[in-house]
Design a protein around this ligand. Structure first.
Ligand SMILES: *[C@@H]1O[C@H](CO)[C@@H](O)[C@H](O)[C@H]1NC(C)=O
Ligand SMILES: *[C@@H]1O[C@H](CO)[C@@H](O)[C@H](O)[C@H]1NC(C)=O
Ligand SMILES: *[C@@H]1O[C@H](CO)[C@@H](O)[C@H](O)[C@H]1NC(C)=O
Ligand SMILES: CC(=O)N[C@H]1CO[C@H](CO)[C@@H](O)[C@@H]1O
Length: 210
């Protein structure tokens, strides 16, 4: 009896693993990019339907990144690196993509200095040797950037997010479980990752972008 339960459990685990792998491959293998843009690695991010594609250049400690996330035309998405602590919006340098009423996509590059950030453009605490750029296609934004990995470390605290626009302005994101868990530590060399979400405080998020 115990044995049977054990194999049922193993089967269930195998099915879950397969589902996770299939999802990751769906997002990664089906991805298409404009001519001139290609990436060696991909990971399906665990929240918000987002994916991250990258190529790491060990010779100069940079990564070429593409962050893709589904969103309506009336919303924004963001990806970034927190140089100060894991799983927190505050201390993150982020790329925020949004569009105006005519569909022109722009990128705001900003450092989130507090729980009520000023969202001042061009204040990143990251060196960005190329880009950024963004596009909106097929119901998803893609943000492109080349980033010099802080401290030349391949392991970084990454964050991502999606939220609405209000009157053309970036408005606070929802505080659903998915929005609260959208952070993880990522090794750009090995591709291994671990969640960074537990330290993300509700209060910070409610005030984020207000
Ligand atoms: C970054 O680290 C790599 C691997 O350790 C090294 O080869 C490279 O010279 C470093 N680059 C910079 C810009 O420090
Ligand atoms: C970093 O190295 C890669 C690979 O050699 C190169 O394509 C890229 O232009 C370099 N980036 C910078 C900012 O020097
Ligand atoms: C931020 O500044 C850059 C460079 O000046 C510009 O290309 C970009 O459109 C600005 N972003 C926004 C959202 O205005
Ligand atoms: C950006 C993108 O296409 N994301 C998709 C990744 O896969 C999940 C699950 O199939 C979709 O829900 C996302 O829209």
């Amino acid at each position: 009896m115990a044995r049977r339960n054990h194999s049922v459990w193993l089967l269930a685990a195998a099915a879950l693993l397969f589902a996770a792998t299939a999802t990751a491959q769906d997002n990664c293998s089906s991805a298409r990019f404009p001519a001139g843009r290609s990436f060696q690695r991909c990971t399906a991010l665990p929240e918000l339907g987002a994916s991250l594609y990258w190529t790491h250049h060990p010779v100069n400690g940079t990564v070429d990144v593409a962050f893709r996330a589904p969103q309506s035309a009336g919303g924004w998405v963001a990806w970034g690196i927190n140089t100060q602590r894991p799983g927190s919006m505050v201390g993150s340098s982020v790329f925020i993509a949004s569009q105006d009423g005519s569909g022109a996509v722009s990128v705001l590059t900003t450092y989130l200095e507090s729980t009520a950030p000023s969202l001042t453009n061009n204040t990143l605490k990251l060196a960005v040797p190329a880009g950024p750029a963004a596009e909106y296609s097929g119901g998803a934004y893609t943000i492109y950037a080349t980033v010099a990995l802080p401290g030349n470390s391949t392991v970084q605290n990454t964050v991502w997010q999606a939220g609405p626009l209000s009157g053309g302005q970036i408005a606070p994101h929802p505080t659903s479980a998915a929005n609260l868990r959208s952070a993880q530590k990522l090794d750009f060399l090995s591709g291994s990752r671990s969640t960074g979400a537990p330290r993300m405080h509700r209060r910070n998020l409610r005030e984020f972008l207000e």
